[in-house]
Design a protein around this ligand. Sequence first.
Ligand code: FUB
Length: 301
Amino acid sequence: LVICLAAAAAVVAGPVAPAAASNPIVGRFAADPSMLVADNRVYVYTTDDASNSGTYWDSSAWRVYSSADLTTWTDHGAPFAISGFRWAQANAWAPSAVYRNGSYYLYLPVDRTKIGVARSTSPTSGFTDPRGSALIERGRDANTGEEPIDPAAFVDDNGQGYLYFGGARAPKVVRLGADLVSTSGAIQNLTITGGSGFAEAGHMHKRNGTYYYSYSTGWPGQIAYATATNPLGPFTYRGVILDPTNTNTNHATIAQYNGAWYVVYHRNGLPGGGNYRRSLAMERLVHNSDGTIQKVTQTSV
Ligand code: FUB
């Protein structure tokens, strides 16, 4: 990994980026990462795979890690307990984190049918449910799709928030309200033209005015990406960021830190690991001068 990073650094303009740890980046089972850069640190929010049965994705907790140098990671424990949602039962899956105006927001899918939101002034603790009800709920809301999971929150430069979500091959997006704990308007289908199609694990990043929507294509799946000039789409397929890993799911998060771009994803990389006991890997991500993204080489050390 260190060698690959050195090569990538040569083509990335800007401040010298920190080196990254070898993979896996943390020694505890973790999956479905969501990266957030705040206070000169990288936070990675995860499904805590150490809390599941090992025979299904029945995790009962989320967990957050952070690092300033991408080498030494601090385990902050669970930022929020599923019991903090009075209306939720089980399956603490893929979290998504954003920061705006002094507050941190976690978007948390539960029960395979609902997405809740929790808010705090700290990135690692003190999160509470400001609503007392789900933000998105199948059966209550129109057009949630069969599986409203895998939220990916995104706050645009003008402060407008969006929540991308969806599994079971149905990508969705809805505008967030000004408070980021409500929705505004109808849930829309996200249009992606070309490629082999969306499966789950959507993620949004923006670079030079272009909206990049990345997603898993199947089980196992690649992480593909599509671009648009509007956060609501329509999106056009552009290519593959990551090939399937050695687990039957793929889930990635992309962010910029100290002038360089990184992707964090999950794979089977720790002893005793597998499809339900995943671990975190991190690689440099390189955008070409035409805005396309170079496919990432997965490193296991
Ligand atoms: O961790 C449970 C599920 O596995 C996630 O919701 C999917 O993205 C897949 O990674």
